[in-house]
Design a binder for this molecule. Structure first.
Ligand code: PMP
Length: 318
């Protein structure tokens, strides 16, 4: 769908996957007006295809557009576009348990501009691709994290709370190096004090001690994950005490268990975390943590309709 100042959002249409044509002077290519979302459609135990909490992605997309001085996509229009994209690609949704159809909504300042300013026109589009597990080794293999101390992902007052395209290239340099050194990903610390955990390159982080689960609070520097919020609610419903409050790296090193959450990673157990050369091993090699496993199965049971959707999170497509 295209946005112009006089017409607003036009009628969207379904087109085969292929190139889009924009000018070299497109705002997004020069000044970075671009945000995205990540969602999954999957086959459920009821034999239909469902998406998970699309209203949450719609709300985050809207907030991100406002932060980037872009026209917001009305939430109903966003959800309708998601539904029709999935409906048009039902043949590409993998069988239950074999992966999902990943959906990538984009909002781009595609109109041309020379001096710094907002684009005169915008493109909202969604593409889809069938995917398997995010981390190598499959879903339940624990990941090995390293605490990053040279670079920050976000600063107070910056873009950390927005799914802006530009947030992701700066993490590549650390992520690639971590992978070269045998780690799965990096954990970022807060830019003010270098003391508190923020998040991983593309997922949120949780720290478990006994029956208490903590996750860093939303203060504009971490992405408000849809999975994060869902796990907070799920864990509370399972009798855990869940606190959204700062977690120091030292507290995390002494915790019983760590796990990460995100649309791509779902819930991933953290096998180890390395900080200043010290490696803390949380789980037996190859074995996922207890709470991570419990949260993973609780969440995926709802997402695939093996369990009752008491929260009203699942939206059927067909
Ligand atoms: N943090 C970052 C930086 C991310 O890119 C993502 C993925 N969208 C997340 C956290 C997890 O968010 P969600 O659960 O909505 O996928």
């Amino acid at each position: 769908s295209e946005w112009t100042p006089d017409k607003g959002w036009g009628q969207g249409k379904l087109v085969p996957y292929g190139p889009i044509t924009i000018m070299p002077s497109a705002q997004v290519l020069n000044y970075g007006q671009g945000i995205f979302e990540g969602m999954k459609a999957q086959e459920s135990a009821k034999g239909r295809v469902v998406v998970f909490r699309p209203d949450q992605n719609a709300a985050r997309f809207k907030a991100g557009a406002a932060r980037m001085s872009m026209p917001t996509v009305p939430e109903e229009q966003f959800v309708e576009a998601v539904k029709s994209t999935v409906a048009a690609n039902l043949d590409y949704v993998p069988p239950i348990g074999k992966g999902s159809l990943y959906l990538r909504p984009l909002l781009l300042g595609t109109g041309p501009i020379l001096g710094l300013g907002p684009a005169p026109s915008y493109t909202f589009t969604i593409f889809a691709a069938a995917v398997g597990a995010y981390f190598k080794g499959g879903q339940l293999t624990p990941i090995d994290l390293i605490v990053e101390e040279r670079f920050h992902r976000a600063a107070p007052g910056g873009m950390g709370g927005t799914k802006a395209a530009g947030n992701y290239s700066p993490v590549l340099v650390t992520q690639l190096e971590a992978k070269k050194n045998g780690f799965s990903d990096v954990v970022y610390l807060d830019a003010k004090t270098d003391t508190y955990l923020e998040e991983v390159s593309s997922c949120n982080i949780f720290v478990v001690k006994g029956r208490t689960i903590k996750t860093p609070p939303l203060q504009g520097t971490i992405l408000p994950g849809v999975t994060r919020r869902s796990i907070v609610e799920l864990a509370r419903s399972r009798g855990y005490e869940v606190r959204e409050e700062p977690v120091s790296v030292h507290e995390a090193m002494e915790a019983d268990e760590l796990f990460t959450t995100g649309t791509a990673v779902v819930v991933s157990s953290v096998g180890s975390m390395t900080y200043r050369g010290q490696r803390r091993q949380y789980t037996e090699p190859g074995q996922a943590g207890k709470v991570a496993l419990e949260m993973y199965s609780n969440l995926t049971d709802i997402q695939t309709e093996r369990a009752d959707d008491n929260f009203g999170w699942v939206v059927p497509i067909n």
